[in-house]
Write a new protein. Structure first.
Ligand code: V47
Ligand code: SF4
Length: 370
């Protein structure tokens, strides 16, 4: 079947398909042809081939919760529906005690990860965040803490007059286990100035992750796509991630984040189609040959598309996420109360013909659901 489909390709397209099938790295020009000229069905076959080469039919998820300590933020990203200034209506800021109580409520549950991420607060330094991590770790000592985007880390280090390495070391000493992939948005400097003009820049984002990897702190990486960027911008972004991964090998997963257009200053850009989401997953899987996992963040794109994405390069569905993740719900994501039971997530994965695997945060398998 796959041979029949691939047999119909033009000579130009066949050369690229053969490269992918022969495990050769594709370049930016070839990625652009994949984006612009390939049928979705052929992209699916190629991406699935790469996915199964790296991860077989395994599809990963974990049991996690999200904590968002504050939505107060110094930055003014035009795509953001969630940030507020101090004293602005809708701003929130949890105390350490409230965060501890939240963590406490998950003692004796099976969660293996706490994901902590929020706004870039003007007054919080790395010392405060180290205390926060330590407090959560005290309540949940066995649980992996994945916390703070590069934008938060860059700012908290600056506030404490520490370099990035020293700030990361402080957080690691307090119990930080890994860092999430947020804040990357789009690396092209001109476009970045348009959509998040005052945020941590590309060089700084890459440096935070480089330093983290050097300290043996693994991380994820993301792209914010489907707004005003071009395919060339997306490929340039992927190339910079692939280059850093060649250097450090510290990225666990790449997470394409679909721009959601409700309640923010970029609503005019609209939202891309499901076909475009699948195309983006597939080209990402093919291009990023050195990043082991491609994650679909299901609360953002919805459960239905997540199932289909598993045939377009995705091998990870994040987690069961028992909480109120506001960064997407406020931007109009599919799931307003994101939570999936183990039964539901494993059924969804099996429906796609894949094998569910509960993992820990560093992708060691905890249980395979045959
Ligand atoms: O950097 C903000 C994005 C990111 C919108 O590492 C938006 O496991 C879409 O990075 N439409 C933060 N996206 C969240 C993040 C993340 C999420 C899940 C898992 C992991 C991980 C990381 O959220 C921001 C920004 O790119 N974002 N606003 C919006 N309107
Ligand atoms: Fe702040 Fe993050 Fe929103 Fe940008 S995306 S305004 S950094 S909370």
């Amino acid at each position: 079947m796959d041979e029949i489909v691939l047999g119909t390709l033009s000579e130009k397209h066949k050369l690229i398909a053969d490269k992918v099938l022969n495990r050769e790295r594709i370049n930016q020009k070839e990625a652009l042809i994949l984006f612009k000229e390939f049928d979705l069905s052929v992209l699916g076959i190629l991406a699935n081939e790469v996915r199964e080469r790296i991860n077989q039919k395994f599809t990963y998820f974990n049991r996690n919760i999200h904590i968002e300590p504050t939505n107060i933020c110094i930055h003014n990203c035009l795509f953001c529906s969630y940030s507020r200034k101090i004293n602005q209506k809708g701003a929130w800021e949890y105390s350490l005690e409230e965060i501890c109580n939240l963590a406490k409520s998950f003692i004796d549950t099976d969660i293996s990860e706490v994901h902590i991420v929020g706004g870039v607060h003007p007054n919080r330094t790395v010392n405060y965040y180290a205390e926060l991590i330590q407090a959560v770790k005290n309540e949940l000592p066995e649980v992996h803490i994945k916390a703070f985007t590069a934008a938060e880390i860059e700012h908290m280090a600056k506030k404490a007059k520490l370099d990035i390495k020293a700030a990361l070391q402080k957080l690691k000493d307090a119990g930080l286990d890994s860092i999430p992939g947020g804040g990357a948005e789009i690396f092209d400097e001109d476009l970045r100035k348009k959509i998040c003009p005052d945020k941590t820049n590309t060089k700084e984002w890459l440096e935070v992750h480089r330093q983290a990897h050097k300290l043996q702190i693994p991380s994820n990486c993301t792209i914010l796509y489907g707004h005003i960027e071009s395919y060339e911008n997306r490929i340039d972004h992927l190339e910079r991630l692939r280059n850093l991964q060649d250097e450090t090998n510290g990225f666990n997963a790449f997470i394409p984040l679909k721009y959601r257009s409700s309640n923010n200053e970029m609503s005019y850009a609209g939202e891309v189609s499901t076909t475009e989401d699948l195309r983006n997953y597939a080209v990402s899987r093919i291009f990023l040959d050195n990043i082991p996992h491609i994650k679909a963040y299901w609360p953002m794109i919805g459960k239905d598309i997540s199932v289909i994405s598993l045939s377009f390069g995705v091998d990870d569905l994040d987690g069961t996420i028992q909480d109120t993740t506001k960064i997407y719900t406020m931007a109009g994501s599919e799931e307003q109360n994101p939570e999936m039971s183990i039964e539901e997530i494993t059924t969804l994965i099996k429906d796609a013909g894949k094998i569910p695997v509960e993992r820990n945060s560093i992708y060691e398998s905890i249980k395979i659901f045959k």
